[in-house]
Design a protein around this ligand. Sequence first.
Ligand SMILES: C[S@@+](CC[C@H](N)C(=O)[O-])C[C@H]1O[C@@H](n2cnc3c(N)ncnc32)[C@H](O)[C@@H]1O
Length: 255
Amino acid sequence: MQIRNPRHARWDALSESFATRSLSTETPDLLLDTITELGLLPHGASALDVGCGVGHHLVRLSSGLAAGIGLDSSPGMIRQAKDLSRQSGSTHLKFVLHDWTTGTPALIDGHRFDLVIAHKTPAVNGPADLDRLLACAGGACVVAKPVYRRSVLVDAVLAGSGRTQRTAAGSKSMRVLLGRAFELGYQPELRHAEETWTPRMNREQFIASLAEVRSAADPDFVTRAHRVFDECASEGFVEDTIEAHVTLAAWRVEN
Ligand SMILES: C[S@@+](CC[C@H](N)C(=O)[O-])C[C@H]1O[C@@H](n2cnc3c(N)ncnc32)[C@H](O)[C@@H]1O
């Protein structure tokens, strides 16, 4: 499938950095910890991860899974997920390029997964996205969003422009998703974590990663972004620091 939306280039740009993140079981992970705490994944279960990124959650869950499918709209993320899965020796995980906002792919239409996940992904932002995710659920659903997110380098690029970064965009979509879950009669359990990410990017990746912050009303944006890169880069790379407050909602689904 061909993905035409230029917004997805942002995620391609971040895919290498995501892939080099540790798969260490010592790194605390709100999603994996909550799945264990609430017993959401019985041994031999199946899982669907929408907006799976480099697939590290499915890979870390793979020993307890009979089957896992990860969907993502970024070709770079899917490539990294396939590599990671191959390196881990998992033969029962499948990673497929798909933009969730365009609908449910034929591959999984009518299937029920014991656990469906949408973790920190814009793939599931509105009620229709959630409804389609729930239609695939036959056990439990977990959705998480950074309800506060601030990038040190975006602040630097916007400095002096009169613009400020939108730190609460995820909060709005989490409110919408929780509202829909309550409307459907579910009572999600909520969990929270403070997280810091430090993606490392070359110039091209850095400029692409700013796609959603760019604005036609801010013609100097790209010039300032290059200047920030020149000021902050070491050996051709910048490292951003992203601080986030993540909220996760989990609930059982009878289907
Ligand atoms: C912040 S990353 C999170 C990845 C992974 N869930 C994790 O927790 O590490 C967001 C992911 O959502 C994917 N994504 C964004 N919009 C999407 C869409 N419409 N359909 C599918 N995936 C999407 C991006 O490509 C990216 O891999």
